[in-house]
Design a protein around this ligand. Structure first.
Ligand SMILES: NC(=O)c1ccc[n+]([C@@H]2O[C@H](COP(=O)([O-])OP(=O)(O)OC[C@H]3O[C@@H](n4cnc5c(N)ncnc54)[C@H](OP(=O)(O)O)[C@@H]3O)[C@@H](O)[C@H]2O)c1
Length: 176
């Protein structure tokens, strides 16, 4: 089973200039909490790996890496070294085949080419002028199974925690 876990603004934007242009502690806690479930195997690109590492160390100090309960699989074309809790991978196809063969669940945090079975989508109100977008058009093949409003702090935008499940092709009118 592959689950995407992402937060998007009103235009489907995920990041701007290699950074996430919002900081919503409740959403960050949701991301860590959810992505630890079902084995905690989290697939991310090198950019997200570097952003997560920097963000976590800035917030919690150098002892907090990698996030507790998660194993990070970092996709890159570069020759980086593994570290405890972090495995460097160079082929998305081989990685997904290995995980499927091992019967492992995967959480995907940033690689658009991955076809998920479920999507954990935080929808954040507003346009953050992003330059990296989630392929929200894929949602036409999914049904919304849960939608829970967040509890924004006074200066924060409104946000919703949504969960989608893939609808099987034969059940979807017009599915190509
Ligand atoms: N809003 C959200 O939910 C959300 C989710 C995830 C990330 N983000 C944010 O997005 C920002 C990072 O974005 P990013 O554009 O740097 O994207 P990214 O997907 O995290 O990283 C891109 C890098 O991943 C590697 N990569 C991706 N696909 C590959 C492939 N098929 N084969 C080999 N390597 C591949 C490449 O690394 P090399 O250059 O090393 O080859 C590429 O430069 C961060 O700020 C992060 O916090 C936000």
């Amino acid at each position: 089973m592959i689950r995407d876990i992402v937060a998007v603004d009103s235009k489907g934007g995920m990041a701007k200039g290699g950074k996430t242009p919002w900081f919503i502690p409740e959403d960050l806690a949701y991301f860590y909490e959810q992505s630890k479930r079902f084995g905690g195997n989290l697939l991310i690109g090198r950019g997200t790996y570097e952003a997560m590492k920097k963000g976590l160390q800035e917030r919690e100090g150098t002892g907090a890496w990698p996030p507790a309960g998660q194993h990070l699989y970092v996709l890159t074309s570069h020759d980086l070294s593994d570290e405890p809790g972090v495995t460097i991978i160079h082929s998305l196809k081989d990685f997904l085949a290995d995980m499927a063969a091992a019967g492992k669940d995967v959480w995907n945090g940033s690689i658009a080419e991955v076809e998920p079975d479920e999507i954990y989508l935080t929808r954040i109100d507003g346009d953050y002028d992003c330059d990296k977008f989630y392929p929200t058009e894929r949602l036409k093949h999914f049904q919304l199974v849960s939608s829970i409003p967040g509890q924004p702090l006074p200066a924060e935008p409104a946000y919703l925690f949504e969960v989608y499940e893939r609808v099987s092709p034969q059940d979807t009118p017009g599915f190509i």
